[in-house]
Design a protein around this ligand. Structure first.
Ligand SMILES: NC(=O)C1=CN([C@@H]2O[C@H](COP(=O)(O)OP(=O)(O)OC[C@H]3O[C@@H](n4cnc5c(N)ncnc54)[C@H](O)[C@@H]3O)[C@@H](O)[C@H]2O)C=CC1
Ligand SMILES: O=C(O)[C@@H]1CCC=N1
Length: 289
């Protein structure tokens, strides 16, 4: 695992192909840490001019859906980040392949889509960096798993690592583990938000105002994560320190155990990984259609 101080990264364009929430999270993180100049960031979207105008005014980036400009940026940018939904990936990669020269690096954040399928759809052995970030990248607290195709040289690896180190923690993994990682850190923020929704609702049902219940929940989650990080103690040890014998926490944990909380979370992570594999398999099928 690696988290490094931000360094100025690039004096050339980085293209985000697909300008949705994940692209915005990375762009916001990169720009706020000054690792790229905003006028070196190009965001391409299929249709929504409104969305591009919003991104231009928010971050000062270049945003376009003009077909000619788009082709020009795609042909000439050393790094292209694929950030569209999986369902749009096959058509996009087929169109992108003929535009690329061998040294352009493709960075994908698309869940499930394997390096092999990407190279197949592009029709060439492009250097590919397959990643799985999460939306906390927008505040520099992302967690990103990274796998490289063998065509990515040392310079390319460093470049990709710099992008994601600037927006949080990175870890290089075997591509086969990417779906499990998606189940933990790619989708993980949603599970924590869901838990927070439930805690806030419980506070309200118990008579706390929304604002108080929200503040208490946020600080509790933040404090618990920091405790694990800063004390070096594992979550089970820290949990035991909160849980007095026969006390209120024990009573609460017993209710979670009755609901098979631990195994339910594991089942959710596994289902997430399985769904990522299903999405990957659907995209692999496109290779033969
Ligand atoms: N949202 C998340 O927490 C995470 C998302 N991802 C991955 O990021 C990718 C994007 O997800 P979101 O940002 O959540 O989706 P989103 O729906 O917010 O954004 C996707 C964008 O791509 C654009 N697009 C689609 N096809 C295009 C094309 N041919 N040319 C140009 N633009 C095109 C769409 O108009 C849309 O603005 C997905 O593949 C997802 O698996 C990965 C990690 C976390
Ligand atoms: O839900 C999804 O498919 C994406 C991948 C990880 C987070 N969001």
């Amino acid at each position: 695992m690696c988290q490094q101080p931000s360094i100025p990264l690039m004096n050339h364009n980085i293209v985000f192909y697909g300008a949705g929430s994940m692209a915005e999270a990375i762009v916001r993180g990169m720009i706020s840490r000054s690792i790229v100049k905003s006028d070196n960031v190009v965001m391409l979207n299929r249709s929504s001019s409104e969305r591009l105008a919003e991104l231009r005014s928010r971050y000062g980036v270049i945003g376009t859906n003009d077909p000619e400009q788009k082709t020009d940026y795609l042909k000439n940018s050393p790094v292209i980040v694929l950030a569209m939904k999986p369902k749009d990936a096959a058509e996009t990669l087929r169109g992108l392949g003929p535009l690329l020269s061998p040294d352009q690096i493709i960075v994908s954040v698309i869940a499930g889509l394997s390096i092999r399928t990407m190279q197949g759809l592009l029709g060439k052995k492009q250097p590919i960096v397959r990643t799985m970030p999460n939306t906390s990248s927008s505040i520099g607290l992302g967690a990103t798993g990274i796998a490289f195709s063998k065509e990515v040289d040392e310079k390319g690896r460093r470049l990709a690592l710099n992008i994601f180190e600037a927006v949080g923690l990175t870890t290089v993994i075997d591509e086969e583990r990417m779906e499990t990682l998606t189940g933990i850190s790619g989708s993980g923020p949603a599970y924590i938000y869901y838990m927070m929704e439930a805690m806030i609702a419980a506070g309200i049902r118990g008579g706390l105002p929304l604002e108080q219940s929200t503040q208490l929940t946020v600080q509790t989650v933040l404090g618990a994560a920091r405790m694990v990080q800063q004390t070096g103690e594992d979550p089970a040890t820290l949990r035991k320190k909160v849980t007095s014998p026969n006390g209120s926490t024990q009573a609460a944990i017993e209710v979670l155990e009755q609901g098979e909380f631990f195994e339910t979370v594991i089942a959710a992570v596994n289902r997430c990984a399985e769904r990522s594999r299903e999405m990957g398999a659907a995209l692999e099928k496109e290779l033969h259609s």
